[in-house]
Ligand binder design. Structure first.
Ligand code: C2E
Ligand code: CA
Ligand code: CA
Length: 725
């Protein structure tokens, strides 16, 4: 008999109110059944056999249940025994036994009185209802069983199973439906419909046992119990091993499924990983906007081309460096979006101009580069450049605007014998600038002379780095004189590079390189320090007078350094030179490049007591409004004006204007590059106070400068009067 609620799946301890009421009702009905049953119990029939049956039922049989394989159902032997008691001893005895059994088995799962009583009452009600059904259908079973025909017995068994099933499952199902707050039919169908088979099996077993008892007597049948027990235990053991095997099989199945899931997951992850790797690889080598190869990929291809040309001397390639001529204008006027569109369209047009074996790459901004592999000669590269210009001559359509552009293209050929892809691109870039300077919308070839110059430049750059470490710089001094008195006013310190192989290198050659590499900051610091030291020494030795000054050139890079004032202080402090003996020369273009900032830097330098000169004056574009605000002592007129002074009035006029301007602003004027006596005369005539140039002296090394001063003093003492020039 199946009583899921009773045997275990659990009646919640706190049942809702409706369920509680129903349970109480069932308990009351149960009590009403049990009381008359106890009263009507035919005590004379209850012999030792009944006691034994009752004991076995209560103590043992409810614990023994036969599992029905592949269902959740179990046939408890207790139910079979209760039905057996019903058949052998009548409804009253069976009802009382059912109550006792119901209590005992309930107590094993719950201490709640309501639950225990309810289960007992359900058992009592269902058993008593079954007994009455049998009585009505076939008469009292305990009396008719012995003589009952097979048909009657089968009817009794079926009826017993059916009524017991319906009452039992009906009561428990109703209770469960109340608890779950769902319809009775729905609950009953879900939980109890299938349990009918267990009732009928129980009833059939009971009927069979009852017939055996009727035929062979109680004790012979009871004696067969150990055999039945052995069969039962064997069956249980078998079931257990089947269950264990099934559980293991299920577990193995689960493991296999898990493993498959895991493998599928691994496969998915590695596929995604590979995809993202591919994606990153492509992204790392391509330009996001145009989808063209980027610089890295182009470099790889260039490297391969270089390797290839080394192995096969007849293999030639060319690199084209392309820069749009009016990209900034388009970008600024139509916006970045239009600029981006232009670059994308340009990329597509460039692709049309090359073969599948060539590479067109975007290097950044509006710069593109093309590698033409395996070409015959220069004319092939020139032809591609012309095709590109032709493609670009068609208008671009950018968001409703029609835009025209062109490109400047620099070309390098593998004939130059490149070893390094960087150098190829650098030279193509260099020559592209020449194309731009020569009028744009054209291409230029990087030739041997340019290559030689580039190599020399590279060498200078490398050597310059060593020169700082090896202390290869010297300072020479060029006197600055008064045109009025002929007295020496000071010196301009000029740096020289004593190259171990090339000899003396002119600053005009290496200063721009030093500027570009930033080395000028360190070189300038050395020159400043040395010039201050030299002045201090000369002063100490009485070679110069305290009012003589040294004028040191500052480059734009140095001038922009935040630590400039600190560097100057350090040089003065270390050499003990009076700041009034130091002047700093800054070119007009540097000063005017960022006039506001220059104003404050110059102010802070002047505040230290040293002088400031504007160098190469006249070559830049001075703003007069700034000029009068600049804290400047001296204007140095650029030597180009002095050199051409005699050629026409115009240059003379410029010099005159500068002199007048300086005088009005309270500044001194130094004329640079005076090479002839006539230039000196002219300048003096224009009222220029100071001059410097080969006519007086070339820049001299310290010893020569000291000798020059001594000689000059001697001469002047001899002359005893101020005859000059
Ligand atoms: P600069 O400052 O205009 O220096 C004057 C240049 O004119 C010097 O060339 C000098 O030798 C030259 N010179 C002097 N008198 C005559 C003359 O009568 N005729 C001609 N044709 N030239 C004359 P140098 O020494 O070759 O210097 C060239 C430039 O290099 C300088 O021009 C200056 O801009 C830069 N320079 C030199 N030394 C330094 C330095 O220590 N630091 C920085 N930053 N630049 C320096
Ligand atoms: Ca100078
Ligand atoms: Ca100058």
């Amino acid at each position: 008999m199946m009583l899921p609620e009773r045997i275990g799946t659990g009646l919640p301890e706190a049942a809702p109110d409706a369920s509680r009421g129903f349970r109480v009702l069932v308990i009351v009905v149960g009590a009403c059944v049990v009381a008359p049953a106890a009263w009507l119990l035919p005590a004379e029939r209850l012999d030792l056999r009944f006691v034994l049956l009752a004991l076995v039922t209560v103590a043992v049989s409810s614990r023994v249940a036969v599992r029905i394989p592949h269902t959740a159902g179990r046939i408890t032997v207790a139910d079979t025994f209760i039905m057996l008691a019903l058949l052998l001893y009548g409804g009253e005895a069976a009802a009382l036994l059912a109550v006792a059994e119901g209590f005992c088995s309930s107590l094993r799962i719950s201490r709640k009185a309501l639950t225990v009583c309810f289960n007992g009452a359900v058992m009592a009600c269902s058993t008593y209802a079954t007994a009455w059904a049998l009585r009505l259908a076939t008469g009292r079973p305990e009396e008719t069983l012995g003589a009952a025909s097979a048909a009657t017995l089968i009817t009794a068994v079926c009826l017993m199973g059916l009524v017991q099933y319906l009452t039992n499952s009906g009561l428990v199902g109703f209770d469960k439906a109340l608890k779950l707050r769902e319809g009775f039919w729905q609950t009953w169908r879900r939980y109890y419909l299938w349990t009918s088979v267990t009732y009928f099996a129980g009833a059939a077993t009971a009927g069979m046992l009852a017939r055996l008892v009727a035929g062979f007597g109680f004790y012979p049948v009871a004696a067969a119990a150990p055999v039945t027990a052995i069969v039962y235990l064997t069956y249980q053991t078998y079931l257990k091993s089947v269950e264990t095997a099934a559980a293991q099989a299920a577990m193995a199945e689960r493991h296999v499924q898990e493993l498959n899931r895991y493998l599928a997951e691994q496969e998915r992850i590695s596929r995604e990983l590979e995809e993202s790797r591919e994606h990153f690889r492509a992204a790392a080598l391509h330009d996001a906007l145009t989808g063209l190869p980027n610089r890295t990929l182009l470099m790889n291809h260039l490297k391969l081309a270089v390797e290839h040309s080394k192995r096969r001397p007849d293999y030639r390639f060319a690199a084209l460096f392309l820069d749009l001529d009016r990209f900034k204008v388009i970008n600024d006027s139509l916006g970045h979006l239009a600029g981006d569109q232009l670059l994308v369209q340009l990329a597509r047009r460039l692709e049309v101009c090359i073969r599948a074996t060539d590479t067109v790459a975007r290097l950044g901004g509006d710069e593109f580069a093309i590698l033409l592999s395996d070409i015959e000669d220069y004319s092939d590269a020139a032809r591609v450049a012309e095709r590109i210009q032709e493609e670009l001559s068609r208008p671009f359509h950018l968001g409703g605007h029609e835009v025209y552009t062109s490109a400047s293209i620099g070309i390098t050929l593998s004939d130059t014998g490149y070893q390094d892809p960087e150098a190829i691109l650098r030279d193509a870039d260099t020559v592209m600038y020449r194309a731009k300077a020569n009028g744009k919308a054209r291409h230029e070839l990087f030739d041997e002379a340019m290559h030689a110059r580039a190599v020399a430049l590279l060498r200078t750059e490398t050597d310059l780095r060593c020169a700082v470490e090896r202390d290869e710089f010297r300072v020479v001094y060029q006197p600055i004189l008064s045109l009025l008195t002929g007295e020496v006013a000071g010196f301009e310190a000029l740096v020289r590079w004593q190259h171990p192989e090339r000899g003396t290198v002119s600053p005009a050659e290496f200063i721009p390189v030093a500027e570009e590499t930033g080395l000028i900051v360190e070189i300038g610091r050395l020159v400043l320090r040395e010039a201050c030291r030299q002045m201090s020494e000369w002063q100490a030795r009485g070679i110069i007078r305290p009012e003589h000054y040294v004028s040191v050139n500052l480059s734009g890079k140095q001038f922009a350094q935040a630590s400039l004032a600190e560097t100057v202080d350090e040089a003065l402090h270390a050499t003990g030179l009076d700041p009034r003996c130091l002047r700093l020369e800054i070119t007009e273009s540097v000063v005017m490049g960022n006039a506001e900032a220059a104003c404050s830097t110059l102010g802070s330098l002047r505040a230290r007591g040293l002088g400031v000169s504007i160098d190469d004056f006249g070559t830049g574009y001075s703003s007069l409004s700034y000029l009068h605000r600049f804290p400047v002592d001296t204007l140095k007129v650029d030597r180009s004006f002095i050199g051409r002074m005699g050629e026409g009035d115009e240059n003379g006029e410029i010099v005159r204007t500068i002199i007048t301007l300086a005088r009005n602003l309270g500044m001194q004027v130094v004329a640079e590059g005076v090479e002839t006596a006539r230039q000196g005369d002219l300048l003096r005539g224009l009222g220029c106070e100071y001059a410097q140039g080969y006519f007086f002296s070339r820049p001299l090394d310290p010893d020569a400068a000291a000798r020059w001063l001594a000689d000059r003093r001697g001469e002047r003492a001899e002359a005893d009067h101020t005859v000059f020039v």
